[in-house]
Design a protein around this ligand. Sequence first.
Ligand code: SIN
Length: 308
Amino acid sequence: MNLESKIYDRTFANCLMNASGVKCMTFDELEVLRTAENGSFITKSCTLQPREGNPSPRYIDLKLGSINSMGLPNLGFDFYLDYVLNENNRNNKNVFFSLAGLSLEENMEMLKQIQNSDFKGLVELNLSCPNIPGKPQTAYDFDRTKVVLEEVFSLYKKPLGVKLPPYFDMVHFEMMAEILNKFPLKFVTCINSIGNALFIDNETVVIKPKGGFGGIGGAYVKPTALANVRMFYKLLRNDIAIIGCGGVENGRDVFEHLLCGASMVQVGTQLMKEGTDVFHRLILELKEIMQTKGYKNIEDFRGSLKEL
Ligand code: SIN
């Protein structure tokens, strides 16, 4: 059975990878991801300068998922650029490099340096971090997103995709898809956490930043993630792949993301809980489902969700 998947002109040994932010900040974490069973991996969303991020506690496991307000802690752009250009990665066309500059200028500076480097992988531009006090999630501002993408593609010519926040309104799906379809994007990642939720335990919030408000991940978000994967799969050009992210705990969740049209599937909360062994388990569980249904390849069923 073959779990290979494609985005643009890249073929991945299987459709699984980490969600940016989960176990991908330090050199050691990235090395574990690079050598695990996932088909690809992505670096922590970085800013030009290193950041401490928000005060702790800023990530809490919940019964049905997680809440976080990390605030983009990262080792800075130079560290991640060095990492993706080191001898183990420099010829890896399948590594994803996540950027989350605090301004358009910062993103353009990082993209300029990547453009001028030997980087051969794919950039995921994060337009959806909900956790920086005072900074809106870019992709909730449709006009701004268009301006950002115009600037980005005027400079950057290597493969690039964007990480989107969840949308909840049919008109918003259509408005965002109309914008995205104008640009030479290679993929979109759906979804980032459902931002600014509140979890209460014993009459108290559970994370410190922003009065306890944080992004929700895990099982709570799976139906929203699947809806976003499905809508963008239907509305975007065929050459823009969808990376599904949200609520993946087992092989059936991976299968459902693929059924909705995802080409790759990112694992966040469950990777945090289980470590990279999760990829081995998910591969076995996905294979079992495919075997039962007589599918030999992901392309035998990808996108083929049935409607009533
Ligand atoms: C964070 O560092 O706050 C998480 C990143 C994100 O949600 O995009």
